[in-house]
Write a protein that binds this ligand. Structure first.
Ligand SMILES: Cc1cc2nc3c(=O)[nH]c(=O)nc-3n(C[C@H](O)[C@H](O)[C@H](O)COP(=O)(O)OP(=O)(O)OC[C@H]3O[C@@H](n4cnc5c(N)ncnc54)[C@H](O)[C@@H]3O)c2cc1C
Length: 650
């Protein structure tokens, strides 16, 4: 498989050696094996095994129009044709299988220095002029002081917070500052700035949920979320929008609560924005955002500056790497703000600690049972006894925690929104270096309200190699490498969908969260409009070629007759669902919604569970629906509201 997706291609006109470097020389198959060994869900392994068995079966290949031969017995051209037939198959499972293998092989190949290049280099990086990991700074931000659990332990406190991300961090900070004794349990590690090595593969593995390999069950939606101290706020793009007024009104209507349009929520938003230092001072646009702005202005479209939660941000080249952690501490993540406040006020932070179950006594929350890894990596049982339990594991994992604890009600896991994001890529004559520049500094809401407040936002994001490896469309090994080779001259316009229609989080018998999510026709209509708009923006900014994230990519050259119609006709012919086009979810929301009605929501206005007193939810899951803006500030405002309700004795 790896040799088919990444063969050595002879080409004298490629001095970087990228084309000539195949998977074998780069040690790709061995890395893929290691990635497979890290898959968290046994079902993923079963599926992969079945997929490889099918590709290795002569009969299965004959039945899909290929020769009566196993994949590894075919000549290279046949193997590639077989993969192409899977990539574009009418059967969604085959397309999903192809995408899973393609993603694994390409991430393994591109996201670590290549053993073929030596010296920590990579032929793809050389080809594009990508500097790879930058030299470590003279002074890097320190990790937070944390509690080591070296034996089975019982802790007592006023409140135990599970998850240290946007929601959990704020609750911990507010409660501890008010004098409550707080324990924070965080499944991920507690990295200091020196551990942000900027080697993409290692950082995905260390800082992201399930090593960045989490997918929806149909294989059509990779789900990216932080999993370390600070959660998503450690790895995110620092975009700090408040919840827009129309969404506040809509949420109040749908939830039956008066919270979101009221003055208390406005005050909470103000408090968290102030603590995070949200502002527009460090918003110098990198080349990606210059192009986004130029394209929008040329079209006469809306474009504006993104407020960010940073202080003394270095911007430029350095900032583009901060999606793998900001080594300078300029990013005001919860680790740098609320959790630091909490620890300074005496809160105990326990990293590498996986909460298994919430304990209840007589219908009230009584604590959490967890497994903590000791300094030597050995697991220990940790019981935290507390009359207040705050679930803040993020919208994917909080429903599973509730279900594992026997606290799943009718609405737990329902309502999941993902803000699916795709993009159009533009090829520019000038260098863009899309890995560089402030993480996100410009956006456009030109198509944000296509129907009743639903539509798409345009934003860019830093592009290193994980996004192309995972998201670029595939037609052949040669085409894929040719697209990646030009990375230094590529820019993207990201299309971030405000999804109206929901998926759900189910929980396996072993207690694992499984995401079920497919786009509805309503939402697909907006994705389509977004792709068309993004292509127009790139063209207006001077792109000489645009391509989509379809497999195979839709392509057009702006300026040629009817280029946009032809581009959209190709997009339409390929379709937008179930592994026809790449998406990523950066924002998971609304799986344990706030609301008045216990049949349709999980928690009330204070974040307290309808079913169990003393149990609160304070993460993206509490949203009534999708926010339509990057959700961090809204999650924090909800968490601040929850924390103040706890202090008031809710
Ligand atoms: C690459 C990227 C870029 C983003 N950019 C932006 C942006 O610019 N602006 C914005 O507004 N949003 C952005 N987001 C989204 C934003 O960061 C998240 O929506 C937000 O952090 C979610 O907050 P949360 O509290 O719901 O969960 P998280 O921040 O994800 O925190 C949940 C934490 O709980 C931990 N956890 C889970 N299960 C357990 C368990 N059983 N026991 C103990 N701990 C557990 C996890 O490890 C994690 O650390 C981005 C996200 C990503 C991935």
């Amino acid at each position: 498989m790896c040799e088919t997706l990444l063969p050595a291609i002879a080409d004298d006109a490629d001095p970087s050696g990228l084309l000539a470097t195949g998977a074998g020389a780069a040690g790709t198959a061995e890395r893929v094996e290691r990635l497979i060994a890290q898959l968290q869900d046994p079902l993923d392994l079963t599926r992969l095994r079945r997929l490889l068995a099918a590709l290795g079966s002569p009969l299965a290949n004959l039945m899909t129009g290929g020769p009566f031969a196993a994949l590894d017995a075919m000549d290279p051209a046949r193997r590639e044709a077989t993969l192409r037939s899977w990539a574009t198959s009418a059967i969604p499972l085959r397309r999903a299988g192809f995408q899973a293998l393609k993603r694994l092989a390409h991430v393994a190949f591109y996201c670590w220095p290549s053993s073929a290049a030596g010296n920590g280099d990579h032929p793809a990086w050389r080809a594009a002029g990508y500097p790879g990991p930058l030299p470590p700074p003279a002074r890097a931000v320190e990790a937070l002081p944390a509690v080591a659990i070296a034996r089975d332990t019982v802790l007592d406190c006023d409140a135990v917070v599970v998850g240290s991300g946007a929601g959990g961090g704020v609750v911990a900070g507010v409660l501890a500052a008010a004098g409550r004794s707080v324990v924070v349990l965080e499944k991920g590690p507690n990295p200091g700035g020196r551990e942000f090595t900027q080697v993409e593969g290692d950082m995905l593995n260390a800082l992201y949920l399930d090593g960045g390999l989490l997918m929806s069950q149909s294989g059509s939606m990779p789900i990216l979320a932080g999993s370390c101290v600070g959660g998503g706020t450690t790895v995110n793009y620092t975009t700090s929008f408040p919840l827009p007024e129309p969404a506040r009104a809509e949420w109040d209507r749908l939830s039956g609560l008066g919270l979101f349009s009221g003055p208390a929520f406005r005050a909470a938003t103000g408090r968290v924005s102030a603590r995070l230092g949200v502002g527009t001072r460090w918003t110098t646009p990198g080349a990606r955002d210059v192009l986004l702005e130029r394209g929008c202005r040329a079209l006469g479209w809306h474009v504006d500056v993104i407020p960010r939660n940073v202080t003394d941000c270095r911007e430029g080249l350095e900032c583009g790497y901060c999606t793998y952690g900001c080594r300078h501490g300029a990013k005001n993540s919860t680790a740098r703000t609320y959790l630091a406040d909490a620890v300074a006020a005496g809160a105990r932070l326990v990293p590498r600690c996986d909460a298994g179950r919430i304990v209840t006594e007589r219908g009230r929350a009584a604590g959490v049972e967890a497994t903590a890894l000791g300094p030597d990596g050995a697991p220990h049982r940790l019981v935290v006894r507390a009359p207040v339990v705050v679930a803040a594991c993020g919208a994917v994992n909080t429903p599973a925690l509730l279900v594992r604890s026997g606290l799943g009600g009718p609405a737990v896991g329902r309502g999941l929104r993902l803000h699916p994001a795709s993009a159009v890529v533009g090829v520019f004559p000038e260098r863009v270096e899309p890995w560089s520049g402030g993480l996100q500094t410009r956006y456009s809401d030109q198509l944000a309200d296509l129907d009743g407040g639903y539509g798409v936002k345009f934003e860019t994001a830093p592009v290193h190699y994980a996004l192309p490896a995972s998201g670029f469309g595939w037609a052949s090994a040669r085409q894929f490498k040719d697209d990646v080779r030009r990375l230094g001259n590529l820019s993207i316009v990201g299309v971030l969908l405000r999804d109206r229609d929901a998926g759900r989080v189910a929980t396996s018998r072993a207690g694992r969260a499984r995401v079920h999510y497919e786009l509805s026709s309503f939402d697909v209509g907006h994705v389509r409009a977004g792709l068309k708009g993004a292509a127009q923006v790139l063209a207006a900014a001077g792109a000489t070629e645009v391509f989509s994230l379809h497999t195979p990519p839709a392509r057009a050259r702006p300026g040629e007759p009817a280029w946009l119609d032809r581009f959209m006709a190709q997009c339409d012919a390929r379709g937008y669902r179930r592994c026809r086009m790449s998406y990523i979810s950066f924002h998971q929301m609304a799986s344990t919604a706030m609301g008045r009605d216990p049949r349709r929501s999980v928690v009330g206005e204070t974040g307290e569970s309808h079913a169990v007193r003393g149990l609160f939810v304070a993460d993206g899951g509490a949203f009534p629906t999708s926010s339509g803006v990057n959700p961090m500030i809204t999650i924090m405002a909800i968490a601040d509201t929850v924390a103040h309700a706890i202090l008031a004795g809710a």
